[in-house]
Design a protein around this ligand. Structure first.
Ligand SMILES: Cc1cc2nc3c(=O)[nH]c(=O)nc-3n(C[C@H](O)[C@H](O)[C@H](O)COP(=O)(O)O)c2cc1C
Length: 219
């Protein structure tokens, strides 16, 4: 797990919670990445955002013999995933609503690990027919269990108002270009600012480490 004091920019992972072909999550996560580029912490070099795509991890359904709480990871795919999550100080979760909850792939990805989530900060962005609020609520609760602190501001996007179906074939169930509505950018910006501020509070920069120019973690 990352130590409490660190040098270098905050590393914030934008986790794409859906994995299916044609998912809307990919466009939403790209929007988060673009918005993050404009954030003052990123422009100042204090924070770096990285896309973390669960689909690329291709995790099987949890197949570790020992619960993640004990940190006794046996499978190579678990170790690879642990390295990715451990490399992040904070997260923005991009999750759709699947039957009133988060996608199974996202729950599975969280269940694989424990310490790598602990004492870190997360923002929750959800989307769905009704803003994905039920998925967001479940995700907040799940993250509490692995000791990830969720910032108060969330973003809840609606398939009806944040996607554009102009000219789409009514029979096309995969249609809809991502077109976030008025005010969404501001909501996202507030959430990102909270993630950066809260994360800095949990992972203060060590002045000695910075002065020494050391890229190593300290504390
Ligand atoms: C299995 C499944 C279940 C869904 N259940 C809900 C739901 O309960 N509430 C809702 O608002 N939207 C629901 N939807 C609609 C999704 O939120 C919407 O299709 C969204 O684009 C899915 O995210 P993705 O495109 O990134 O996979 C569901 C979609 C799928 C595929």
């Amino acid at each position: 797990m990352r130590n409490a004091q660190s040098t270098g920019p905050l590393r914030i992972g934008v986790i794409v919670g859906s994995t299916r072909p044609g998912r809307r999550g990919a466009a939403v996560a790209r929007w988060v990445m673009e918005a993050a580029e404009g954030h003052e912490a990123v422009r100042a070099g204090d924070a770096v955002f990285t896309l973390v795509d669960l689909a690329e991890q291709a995790l099987p359904l949890l197949d570790e013999p020992v619960p993640a709480l004990f940190g006794d990871y046996r499978r190579p795919h678990t170790r690879r995933w642990a390295e990715v999550v451990d490399g992040c100080d904070a997260f923005v979760f991009v999750t759709p609503d699947y039957n009133r909850s988060i996608p199974a792939a996202l729950k599975n990805g969280i269940d694989y690990l424990y310490a790598e989530w602990t004492d870190k900060v997360a923002g929750v962005l959800s989307y769905g027919v009704q803003g994905g609020n039920r998925a967001a609520d479940h995700l907040r609760s799940i993250l509490t269990e692995v000791r990830t602190v969720v910032v108060p501001t969330g973003v809840a996007l609606s398939i009806f108002t944040d996607f554009d179906f102009t000219g789409a074939d009514p029979g096309d169930r995969t249609a809809g270009r991502f077109a976030p509505g008025d005010g969404r950018e501001a909501e996202l910006s507030t959430m990102i600012a909270e993630v950066v501020t809260w994360s800095r509070a949990l992972h203060p920069v060590d002045p000695a480490g910075v002065a020494a120019g050391s890229p190593e973690l300290v504390g």
